[in-house]
Design a protein around this ligand. Sequence first.
Ligand SMILES: Nc1nc2c(ncn2[C@@H]2O[C@H](COP(=O)(O)OP(=O)(O)OP(=O)(O)O)[C@@H](O)[C@H]2O)c(=O)[nH]1
Ligand SMILES: [Mg+2]
Length: 355
Amino acid sequence: MSVDVFSRIRDWAPKELLTLFDQLVYFFPPETRLSLKRVIDTVPPTPDNFTRIYEMIREQWSDLSSQDHVTIAVVGPGQTGKSGLVRALTRRQAGNSVSFAVVDVQGLDEYLGYRSEAGLSDDLVAADVVLLVLDAQYALSESTVRMYRKLSQAPAKVIPVLNKIDLVERPRATLKAAGRQLKAGVLPLSLFDEESIDDLLRGIVASSPRSLYALSRAFPEFRKALGRQIVNEAAFAATVAGALRIPFPLFLPAAALHGAMILKLARTCGLKLNLERAREIIPLLALDIAVDRGTDYLEKRFPERKTLIAASVSGAYTFALGHAAIKYFDSIAGVFETARVLPGPGSDDFTWNRD
Ligand SMILES: Nc1nc2c(ncn2[C@@H]2O[C@H](COP(=O)(O)OP(=O)(O)OP(=O)(O)O)[C@@H](O)[C@H]2O)c(=O)[nH]1
Ligand SMILES: [Mg+2]
């Protein structure tokens, strides 16, 4: 039996992450494993940079547990563009991994559960995401703000959307005012602008990461935009990880972030990539060690720029790796483009390296 390098953090680090680490460490020579273990064993169980970095990594990995079906409820007052929005999204949708429920304001009392002692209506409980569609031409009323508060008590993620933003003279100021009133991020929308529908989809994934897989399957042409967002997020996390000093080599958190990023990118391309498959990306992640060595060298040459070097190299490399991965997955996914809708999770139909 070989030593368990990660015994010290096994209790609390995410299981998927530990599996990846275990596989990564498998490629190390025994002495490297031992010295790594010595470092891990010194990690204090108190909140510190180490915990911070691991919380961040855990977040990135938890996004992977996305659902294969998402229900989006579209609610709001009359004539705000609810039906138009659902039509626009349905028109673009391939397959049926996303379903919509439109609820107008008349039905909203019932929807919010005012009339039933039992609490929230079934519709609302079933929704994963609620889009509260408002008309940007009008200032938010008190009752709209109350409606938003009520909806926010539901388990679903509620996203306020200001539609008809094309009819507003000062869109930025309007958004800002609405955001202040609702104390929440508000998304602009114009149903006459395709790009703004893309932005809305991105906004949905950002506030409800579990919808990533279903949305990228439903909207194939939106995958690239989603991929870019995943890479940016990972690059940002890697930059932060590079800036925080930790008592062990940066390639471990970097490899963990890269692992999550690559698995997510594969998902946006509709490729089923489970942890078994993750093993195949290990040689790629081993590059992280090389980058780590390079960073080490630079840090020794320019000790006064240490943090800046670690942070920027880590971020920039993540960015480059992410974009290479997008190209790679895209070319694989292209083979299956004729089918348009790619098999979902749980389908054993294909693996990422099938040709
Ligand atoms: N200029 C502009 N008009 C829009 C936009 N979205 C919707 N509209 C118009 O707003 C009107 C209402 O759109 P609907 O989609 O029927 O709105 P609704 O919320 O379903 O309306 P009800 O079902 O009656 O509550 C239509 O005349 C649309 O053309 C937009 O982004 N910009
Ligand atoms: Mg309607």
